[in-house]
Structure formats: C-alpha cells, structure tokens
Design a protein around this ligand. Sequence first.
Ligand SMILES: Nc1ncnc2c1ncn2[C@@H]1O[C@H](COP(=O)(O)OP(=O)(O)O)[C@@H](O)[C@H]1O
Ligand SMILES: [Mg+2]
Length: 236
Amino acid sequence: MPVITFANTKGGAGKTTAVLLLATELARLGFRVSVLDADPQHWITRWHENSGSLVGGRLSVVPYVTMSTIDRQVAEEKARADFVLVDLPGSRSSLLAKAVGHADYVLIPVQGSAMDAQGGANVIELLQYLEDKADIRIRHSVVLTRVNSMVTTRAMQAVKDLLAARRVHLLETPIIERAAFRDIFGCAGTLYSMDAKRISNLDKAQENARALALEVLRQIPAAVRQSGKAPLRNVA
Ligand SMILES: Nc1ncnc2c1ncn2[C@@H]1O[C@H](COP(=O)(O)OP(=O)(O)O)[C@@H](O)[C@H]1O
Ligand SMILES: [Mg+2]
C-alpha cells in the first residue's frame, strides 16, 4: 500500500508534526497506518509508547529505521498497512534518497520562511534528478506549516510565489500554528483525547488535521481504491 515520505532537509520544518497529524487522522478514518520513524529524535516512537493503543489499534510505529533496514521495513509494512508514512531526519542523507525512492507520494513540509524553502527546494531538486536521470516520477506536494491563522506574512507569500513559478504543487490546506500541534508530543493520545479546556482552539486544530488528511487522500485516490474499503467517518 502507498508510501508517503515526508522530506525537507532542514530540521524544524514541521515534518514530524505533519506525520503525526496525518497518521492519526488516517487511522481515525479507518485506515491501517504504519509510521517508519527514521527521525533520530524518535518523537513519534516515544509519543506512541506513551499513548498505548490508539485509534482502534490501527496505528503502529516502527522505530529505528536505518539505511540497512529501510528496504525490508518498507516492504513488510506495505504488506500489512493501508498507508506507510516515513518520518526522516532533517538533513540531506542517503536515507532521504532511499526513502524518497520508496515513496508513492512525497510531502514536503515548508515553513513560511525563505530558509525553510531552501530545505524544500533540495528535495524538489532530488525529485527532478530522479525524473531526469532515471525517468522516475514521484508525485509530490509542498504543505505549508506553522502558518499564522490571522495574517499572510510577506515571507509566506514569497514562498507561495516561488512554488508557483517553479510549478510545484501546493496543498490548499496549510498546517496552522496551533498550541494543540505543539503540545501533542508532550501528551499521550491524540487531538481527540486532549483537554479542550486547557488547549485553545482545539476544535480548529482537529478541523485542520482532518482537512489535511482528506486533501492528501484526494492526491492519491488510487491508494484509497487499493485499500479496498471506503474511509469510515468519526472513528474515535
Ligand atoms: N503547526 C504547528 N503549530 C505549532 N507548533 C509546531 C507546528 N509544527 C511544528 N511545530 C513545532 O515546531 C518544532 C519543529 O517541528 P517538527 O515537527 O519537530 O519539525 P521537523 O520534524 O521538521 O524537525 C517542534 O517544537 C514542534 O512542536
Ligand atoms: Mg522531525
């Protein structure tokens, strides 16, 4: 089943947060999701260990993914999950090239700053290289992260203009800067088990994560068909 690799050669772009949000939303929609945690900080592995069984046990995490293990791990997880999500370190590495090579779809989280756009551009260059040299075309989109809910900053507009000029697909749904997204790694559980009284705009965070998952599903409709089942709604 499809592999979605999250890549940006800059740390702090919002990769791990995007992986967690998409993984939990897809699992809530009824899909079996497996996350390959190749981020040396192991945020997702730790969060998953603290959280216990979540979303009907449909979310699993494979810790310690390395150059020598990734091929086998991807093959195993593809065989048993509807979606395999790969979280990568924030650096240019051979692991990144391998994980991108395995991907059916690459999501490139980019923060609305010029420096971050460069980390995203490195990934786009790699995808272009694969297309030019090996005729391998991998569908990919940029997702803007940590977007201020109130204003379109000039830096953000500059990133959008740059992507449009290079004809890079941009997801309509940005990941907004939200306390819930920041705090989720410190909590056990999902956006749906957090305390709405303590976390501002939790409902908006839930809406945002859900819109992101639905848009990603529209980007890979074949994936939904292959999984052989319609997504369920409102699964706890
Ligand atoms: N949408 C968001 N809202 C609030 N905080 C965020 C958001 N996305 C990322 N962060 C915070 O920014 C930091 C870097 O994000 P992270 O997802 O770990 O990036 P990466 O995996 O690319 O290094 C973390 O402290 C994370 O909690
Ligand atoms: Mg990370």
